[in-house]
Design a protein around this ligand. Structure first.
Ligand code: NAD
Length: 496
């Protein structure tokens, strides 16, 4: 099992703060490969002092720098140059993603493609004048006075945006938060997961080459302590956070005393509804991607499979057969479909889900243990449970590991009800030959996104992404996502 990491920069000693590479006050930390458990890099660990320096720099750049008032086209041109360098250095980006996350190349390519699609969209939006004229207002007062008033609505940057990213998409989300934030005139402090700092240090390197005004973009690494500092400091105006719902709730509470804007992209337990008339092959593909992709480490994966009881045995058997044939192991082997989990703690949590599912009466069809022969790396077999109760632990909680929960239903109405009996509301999917019925059902499933028969084909640049309920607040992609990073300003004036 080898990572071709010789051409990658995997050793960083400095943080990017205030336009400079700065030695952190604390030590360097090892970056661990989830595939081999070996040390594959070094990165600085930021502390409170570094977080303070980054906040001070970003605050100064917003309050006294040129960036917020810079011409939109100039900011957009900078972001286009950043996108150009991302494309030019794609191999390094993919290499670091694979190294830190242990995903296959195809999975990293898909994250890259999504990032490219969205950043291109953000740059297009950043060039547009957001100002809109409102209808003229004519007033006749009792004293005979008459007025005619005009008004416009425009958008202002919010200020200092802190972006906090999870381990499963540090490069993608580091860019997908920083680019719209900067393009809209904000300044940014970006903090990655302590498991995957190198992808974000790489972003810092790309942004450093743009020579933006000092303090517009800053990177601080670190964990809980730094996260708490960034989300409580009164100088910060907005938090754009992606991670678990547990930490999301903490972030919201931490930000509350200073009333920051909080944008949360959190976890899910997304339903895949398979109707009685489904194309089984399509349903199996959706099911397989819904929990094996990235070893289940994706936020909107459809791990809760609601299957019409008339076809449930056929579907369960076909899914089991298809998944059993997949290669699990070294993600650098082009035949591998699924690599490891990120760390031992994630594998132990996945095992605990299996134990509890069996205790709660679910039927194990496949997997449920560590693969034989893969002694190094945090591997776990793709696992399928049938006869899962929707209200069980596995039916309700996000695993973030490769476990599918098959739950039966008898009527469409029941499928909708089960889909909505969840604390989450992020993604969803429906497989049915009857597209009109599927569309009616999609309208009633309470999730931020839902795809019928595989969706629109590729990443739709205008489709907003985000969740209802415990899956978050706000949206991340498209125009809605771009607009999260600005305040709305209305100006009224006498007309004529
Ligand atoms: P996590 O919640 O453990 O950590 C996310 C980030 O928060 C990390 O950078 C971490 O260091 C930081 N953090 C931890 N405690 C903090 C605190 N008190 N204050 C501020 N920051 C703090 O998530 P993870 O394990 O890295 O990622 C997996 C989770 O992310 C899953 O739940 C997944 O569904 C979710 N996710 C959601 C989306 C989405 O778009 N909705 C996308 C990817 C991942």
């Amino acid at each position: 099992m080898t990572a071709s990491s010789s051409t990658l920069k995997t050793h960083y000693e400095e943080l990017f703060i205030d336009g400079n590479w700065i030695k952190p006050t604390s030590a360097l930390d090892d970056v661990i490969s989830p595939v081999t458990e070996a040390v594959v890099g070094k990165a600085p660990v930021g502390d409170l002092n570094d977080a303070d320096r980054a906040i001070a720099a970003a605050r100064r750049a917003f309050d006294r720098g040129s960036w917020p008032n810079e011409k939109r086209a100039v900011r957009a041109d900078h972001m286009q140059r950043l996108l150009d360098s991302v494309i030019a250095r794609k191999e390094e980006a993919i290499g670091l993603m694979q190294l830190e996350m242990g995903f296959t190349r195809m999975q990293c390519e898909m994250q890259f493609e999504l990032g490219f699609t969205q950043i291109t969209k953000f740059i297009e939006l950043a060039r547009k004048d957001p100002m809109k004229s409102l209808p003229l207002l004519q007033k006749n007062y009792p004293d005979g006075r008459r007025t005619l008033g005009g008004a416009v609505v425009t958008r202002d940057p919010i200020g200092l945006v802190v972006a906090i990213t999870p381990y499963n998409s540090g490069f993608l989300l580091g860019l997908m938060k920083s680019v719209p934030a900067m393009a809209a005139g904000n300044t940014v402090v970006l903090k990655p997961s302590p498991f995957t700092p190198l992808q974000t240090m790489f972003i810092a390197e790309l942004v450093a080459a743009l020579e933006l005004p000092p303090g517009v973009f800053n990177v601080v690494t670190g964990g809980l302590e730094v996260g708490q500092k960034l989300t409580t400091d009164p100088r910060v105006d907005m938090i754009s956070f992606t991670g678990s719902d547990t930490v999301g709730a903490m972030v919201m509470a931490q930000a509350a005393p200073t009333l920051k804007k909080v944008h949360l992209e959190l976890g899910g337990k997304s339903p895949l509804i398979i109707r009685h008339d489904a194309d089984i092959e399509l349903a199996v593909m959706a099911g397989l991607y819904g929990f094996v992709f990235q070893a289940g480490q994706g936020c909107s994966m459809t791990t809760r499979m609601l299957v019409d009881n008339r076809i449930r045995p056929t579907y369960a058997a076909a899914l089991t057969e298809a998944v059993a044939a997949l290669q699990v192991g070294d993600p650098y082997d082009s035949k591998t479909f699924m690599g490891p989990l990120i760390r031992e703690v994630a594998r132990a949590r996945t095992e605990d889900f299996c134990r509890r599912a069996l205790d709660e009466g679910a039927k194990l069809l496949l997997g449920g243990k560590r693969p034989v022969g893969l002694d190094k790396g945090f591997f776990f077999e793709p696992t399928i449970f049938d006869d899962v109760r929707n209200d069980s632990h596995l039916g309700q909680r996000e695993v973030f590991g490769p476990i599918a929960a098959i739950i039966g239903f008898d009527r469409d109405e029941e499928a909708i009800q089960l889909a909505n009996e969840s604390d989450y509301g992020l993604g969803g999917a429906i497989i049915s030959r009857d597209k009109a019925t599927a569309f009616d059902m999609a309208l009633r499933v309470r999730t931020g996104q839902i795809h019928i028969n595989g969706g629109s084909g590729g990443f739709h640049p205008d489709m907003p992404f985000g969740g209802y309920k415990r899956s978050g607040l706000g949206r991340e992609w498209g125009e809605e996502g771009f607009n999260e990073y600005s305040e709305i300003k209305a100006i009224g004036f006498p007309a004529g």
